[in-house]
Design a protein around this ligand. Structure first.
Ligand SMILES: Nc1ncnc2c1ncn2[C@@H]1O[C@H](COP(=O)(O)OP(=O)(O)O)[C@@H](O)[C@H]1O
Ligand SMILES: [Mg+2]
Length: 245
């Protein structure tokens, strides 16, 4: 259960302390990012600061094109800011090599996108096992056992040996959630994870994201256009013009 204190801080996007407190899974300060070339260059992020703590679930809303996905890419170490700093579990990631950032990403961050990005020719079990084999934190047999347990948690124990392209859209997104949890990440980033789903499947996916995927120790950041989904999170930040307003 989320504590009252965690709920209260969930409303505050801006960190008031420096350095970040120990329970800050994610902390970023004055992050700016421009994209595009020459006269087509757009200032997409114009000074975003936020903090996300263990056990906190937070929605990010805002009009299309306001920079939500760009922000998630930066927070997920898939891109680097032009200025500002991203801290993952208290560690400043700006000066870290690409290889170090990849290790940190694989070990500490799980992603769920609008499109599942599963490997179509692999089974559900293989898709969930792969990130664990890549990171190498668990012995091979344990990887498969963990994958089976995760598929059971998302309600797909009976479909674990089915090829990804033989699953429905809702089932694929549930496999994607299991895959995101494979290495037991401290941070879960979800970018419009229900964007392609009908209402019933969207509700199931949100249940899983805020239920098993959340949990006491994990921080969840969920980009969504859906006000009802945002309302289920501990708080909601609104982005406009490249900033959290
Ligand atoms: N590679 C790129 N080059 C130029 N502009 C880009 C690029 N990627 C994104 N943009 C622009 O950045 C803005 C924010 O995009 P995005 O972060 O995807 O918004 P959101 O996820 O909120 O819809 C948009 O105006 C988009 O057109
Ligand atoms: Mg987007």
């Amino acid at each position: 259960m989320k504590s009252r204190a965690a709920k209260a801080t969930a409303q505050t996007a801006f960190p008031e302390t420096s350095p970040p407190p120990e329970e800050a899974v994610l902390w970023c300060r004055d992050v700016c990012r421009s994209l595009g070339a020459e006269e087509g260059r757009v200032e997409v992020l114009r000074g975003v600061s936020l903090m996300l703590k263990r056990g906190q679930s937070q929605a990010v809303a805002g009009p299309s094109g306001c920079g939500k996905s760009t922000l998630l890419y930066l927070l997920g170490l898939l891109d680097r800011p032009d200025s500002g700093e991203v801290y993952l579990q208290g560690r400043a990631m700006g000066g870290v090599s690409d290889a170090g950032r990849t290790r940190a990403r694989c070990g500490s961050i799980g992603f769920v996108f609008q499109f599942h990005f599963l490997l179509a020719e692999f089974t559900a079990l293989e898709n969930v096992t792969l990130p664990m084999l890549r990171l190498g934190r668990y012995p091979e047999r344990e990887c498969r056992e963990r994958a089976a347990a995760l598929l059971e948690k998302v309600g797909l124990a009976d479909k674990s040996s089915r090829l990804a392209n033989h699953l429905s859209g809702g089932e694929r997104q549930r496999v994607a959630i299991a895959r995101a949890l494979a290495n037991d990440p401290a941070l879960l980033l979800a970018d419009e994870p229900t964007g392609n789903l009908d209402e019933t499947n969207a509700a199931k996916v949100v249940d899983l994201l805020l239920g098993i995927a959340g949990g006491e120790e994990r921080a969840v950041l969920l980009v969504t256009h859906n006000a009802a989904i945002a309302a289920r999170c501990g708080g909601c930040w609104t982005m406009r013009g490249g900033k959290i307003v």
